[in-house]
Design a protein around this ligand. Sequence first.
Ligand SMILES: [Zn+2]
Ligand SMILES: [Zn+2]
Length: 380
Amino acid sequence: MTAIATRKNNWVNISFFTITTLAGIAGAPVYAYHYGLSTTEVALFLFYFAATGLSITVGYHRLFAHSTYKTNSVVRFILLFFGAAAFQQSALLWSSQHRDHHRFVDTDRDPYSIGKGFFYAHIGWLIFWKHETNYDNVKQLQNDSLVMHQHRYYNQWAIGAGIVTPALIGLLTGHLLGALLIGVGLRLTLVYHTTFIVNSVCHMFGTATYDIDSSARDNWFTAIFNFGEGYHNFHHRFAIDYRNGVRWYQFDPGKWTIAILEKLGLAWDLRRVSNFRILAARFAGEETRVTRWLSENNNFSSMLGANIQRQVRTRYDDLHERLLDWESAVQEYHSVLKARVDIYSKELRREARRRVAVARSTFRESRLDWNSLVRQCSAA
Ligand SMILES: [Zn+2]
Ligand SMILES: [Zn+2]
């Protein structure tokens, strides 16, 4: 359990952030102006930005903190190597604090609570505060020898992967200074802040579709820079799902990477929340929002107000029931598909498919009704 944070300057982090930021935002442009940019610097920056950013998203976050899929030790090593190169603490500590963030979100026991302000949630918690962690909530992870090795020798992993390796590449190609300023300083600065905006921006700005009472927000703009982590409201509601941008068109390179690993046989047991549960959460959010809007804008003691409230309740119940009917028709269809093939199976399959089509079309009618009611309330 993470104790409530105590105010204490973390001089190691303050110095490290200061040096990397100066190198990134002052040193890198001055270097580029005087010496130009070679393929080494550009390639190092792009590769390290993608590899370390993705390792935080796909590794630290979705694998170690949330166990949304399983993978082999080679992939885990690569994720731990480039995760360490992002200089965001060990995977064990990161996961422990992140699990506390989900469990105690917006309270004093949330390590990066937005309740303490934008700056605190973004970076203040890392440089001006001390957090005690006893790793109670990551017992399973402690059985992973690679995770424990990275945790025990974190400084060696981080410096080796994040500074020494790019510096060696720079040295061998004759661009040591460029590699340090651009491949380390600029890259680290950008990876830091594109990760940190999840805790600050995505807990303040955006839409709350699936969990309307959480401070977490879906923010498509930030997702462009942090490999899909910007869809944070969905993530807080369904943290066990390997996807953050759950809709097919939502920009989430994290979910695509995990899906590609699965196709290659390198990841398995991917956890997906069913579309029915996701729809149910979305409708429940709409119902709460409409009911609150009505109570703020209508007098329920009046006949009209009471009548609208009844309509909302009835249509929501109807929608929910139709959704459950559709879900059970789909489940039945799948069980018929799995059943032993015999002379009746073709007929049974046809009948089950017909029931799914009927249930889906009844649900759609109910959804249209519901959508028009929601629109009326929002427009009124
Ligand atoms: Zn969050
Ligand atoms: Zn999370």
